[in-house]
Design a protein around this ligand. Structure first.
Ligand code: R5P
Length: 276
């Protein structure tokens, strides 16, 4: 693997555990001002110091993340459909690799819609993005099963979508957790991170999802709504970190969540070494 490409990946997966806690805030690209992400800047600020990477679009990056941040960025570069349309799979590449390089990001991300009306286009877009990515040393994360595809998230479907993405050359894959997830991991030769999906009934349920995904071989999470729609987003992120990096049990993670719920100390938004 090219040095630059590997360096970008390694920065998102800290060496101590080799896993990654990615914070997803890219929902607005097709959902608009989602609940608790209406003011992206305010949502991101307290969470940023606790994320290994931040997944978002260039619009939110430029407007809502301070350029002093050293958190690796996973830049969503696909779009073109909104929740007002029946067919969410009608996407194209919406951000050039040159802009991704200009923004100094650590990876680019694109949705693939296996089994959807625009399956073919999304897979060809992925392949072309990977060609560009290889040229610039830029890792490509394939995102499987967004939106209506969620209904199909059984192990057979997700294993197919993840494997096809890896076969086309994706360096990383984001997918959803499901029963039999070890089969999805087994069939995918590149690291998988799991999304959380819509907000679950409880924090415990989201922690269980992350725990079971890591136990089945996921290399991290790329989670959004179950963090920033939680009553205590920072506490939730810290609890998830314990699962992903320290293999904490759900009980231990819940204790971390409960202990951090009422933290009142300010959370630094810039690297400590840069503070005066
Ligand atoms: C879809 O909008 C994006 O790919 C999200 O980044 C992904 O679904 C993860 O966010 P959540 O955990 O809220 O599903």
């Amino acid at each position: 693997m090219d040095w630059g490409l590997e360096n970008r990946i390694r920065r998102m997966f800290p060496a101590a555990s080799g896993n990654s806690v990615m914070l997803a805030v890219d929902h607005g690209y097709f959902m608009g001002p989602t609940r608790r992400l209406e003011n992206a800047k305010a949502t991101i600020a307290p969470l940023l110091p606790h994320a290994d990477a931040l997944a978002l679009t260039r619009g939110i990056l430029r407007s809502s993340v301070p350029p002093t941040s050293t958190t690796p960025i996973v830049l969503r570069v696909s779009g073109g459909a909104t929740i007002l349309k029946e067919d969410l799979s009608h996407e194209d590449v919406t951000t050039s690799i040159r802009d991704a390089v200009r923004l100094n990001v650590s990876a680019v991300a694109l949705s693939v819609f296996v089994g959807s009306p625009h399956e073919h286009e999304s897979l060809v877009h992925l392949s072309k993005l990977i060609d560009d990515g290889e040229e610039y040393g830029m890792p490509v994360l394939a995102i499987t099963a967004v939106g209506k595809e969620l209904e199909k998230r059984d192990a057979r479907y997700l294993a197919l979508a993840c494997r096809v993405s890896a076969e086309l050359g994706a360096h990383l894959v984001k997918t959803y957790y499901c029963e039999g997830f070890d089969k999805v991991v087994e069939g995918c030769p590149v690291p998988i991170v799991v999304a959380g999906g819509p907000k679950l009934d409880s924090e415990k349920a989201a922690l269980e999802l992350a725990h079971d995904a890591i136990a089945a071989g996921a290399r991290g999470i790329d989670m959004g709504r179950n963090i920033w729609q939680s009553e205590h987003p920072v506490a939730m992120l810290l609890a998830l970190r314990a699962i992903v990096h320290e293999r904490a049990s759900v009980k231990e993670a819940l204790e971390i969540y409960d202990g951090a719920k009422h933290r009142t100390e300010p959370v630094p938004t810039i690297a400590p070494s840069r503070r005066s």
